[in-house]
Design a protein around this ligand. Structure first.
Ligand code: DAH
Length: 344
């Protein structure tokens, strides 16, 4: 039995020495040290020995078992270190390599202006009209007739408006004002909404004009809405958008769907009112059109003009952006020239 134990120690030690992986060690443990292992089968036979031999052989068996455990633990650490180093070597990264350069995208300046203006009006209690009340493909009926345009109005001319082949009288809207009509058909007063969107006009493209541009429409209808409310809201808008207490003026104008109508000018941001090229020497810049909603328009949508009144306004997003950043050509917004776009 003694020789047997010594043989086990010798063989097992050799095997441990040769082990390359954790799995090898596990197998060795199983073979020699487990319940069904070789050492245990010797220990099981101890009961047949004399007391004296039991003591000696038992002690030897324990010693062999302890020694093997110790060898395995040591070898285990060794293999762990080797495997770790191997892994670290394989996964080594060169932190001195330059990283991929990914230029950051920017929000288009027109989108920035729209967000800014929407936020200003939301701050005054206006909400956005639902997109279904503001379609880009519109009927002549909503775009013009319901807005009190007389049937022979020049804006309806083929020269100004894009007609489609979908059906006669289906057009690309020439203004966002149709959203007023759709909103009022779908909502009873009080109404306080704005509606940004694209509009289309059949015009020759120049530094000042593009076939496609953006407008923001506004509408407020309630009992007792006066021209004073219109002035208060629009003055506050100009103050917040241009950022300083810049003088404004309300100039009498004409739109078929408002009466009275006014265009709002802001003192020229380039010359401060002295007169320069930007303001064509006038000292003023026109920023939007507005007015009190015409009684005919209210009647057209079934709102009683004896009970309710309202004001409306419409502004050009390109124009407001050009004024704010002194941009002199509207086409820059649509050319996708990264040198222009990345400045915003
Ligand atoms: N729709 C007009 C245009 O395109 C702008 C406008 C003027 C809108 C007065 C309004 C308004 O709501 O009250 O020129």
């Amino acid at each position: 039995m003694k020789e047997n134990l010594e043989l086990i120690l010798k063989n097992a030690s050799e095997e441990i020495n040769k082990a390359q992986t954790m799995q090898n060690l596990e197998d060795i443990k199983l073979k020699y040290l487990s319940r069904k292992g070789e050492l245990n089968s010797i220990k099981k036979n101890l009961k047949d020995l004399s007391d004296e031999d039991k003591r000696i052989i038992g002690a030897l068996a324990n010693k062999v078992s302890n020694e093997l455990e110790e060898l395995i633990t040591k070898k285990n650490e060794e293999i762990y270190k080797i495997e770790l180093n191997k892994k670290l070597n394989e996964e080594k990264i060169d932190i001195t390599l330059p990283s991929d350069f990914r230029p950051q995208g920017k929000v288009h300046p027109l989108t920035q202006t729209v967000s800014e203006i929407v936020e200003i009006f939301q701050g005054m209690g206006f909400s956005l009209v639902k997109s279904e009340n503001s379609p880009e493909v519109e009927t002549e009926y909503i775009n013009f007739d319901m807005l009190n345009f007389p049937p022979d109005h020049p804006a309806k001319d083929m020269q100004d408006t894009f007609y489609t082949k979908v059906a006669p009288n289906v057009i690309l809207r020439s203004q966002t004002s149709g959203a007023q009509i759709r909103q009022m058909l779908n909502q009873k007063p009080p109404i306080r909404v704005i509606s940004p969107g694209r509009v289309y006009r059949c015009e020759s493209v120049s530094a000042r004009k593009n076939n496609l541009f953006h407008q923001i429409e506004g509408l407020m209808v309630d009992t007792d809405i006066s021209f004073g409310d219109l002035k208060g809201v629009l003055n506050e808008f100009v103050r917040l958008y241009f950022g300083v207490n810049r003088p404004t003026r309300f100039r009498a104008s004409y739109f078929p769907f408002t009466e009275p109508s006014a265009e709002v000018d802001v003192q020229c941001i380039m010359c401060g009112g002295k007169g320069c090229r930007t303001c064509s020497g006038t000292g003023w810049l026109e920023v939007l059109g507005s007015g009190m909603v015409h009684a005919n328009v209210l009647r057209n949508v079934g709102i009683d003009p004896e009970v309710y009144s309202g004001f409306a306004f419409g502004m050009g997003v390109e124009r407001l952006t050009m004024l704010k950043y002194a941009i002199n050509d509207i086409r820059l917004f649509f050319n996708n020239d990264i040198r222009f776009l990345k400045q915003f």
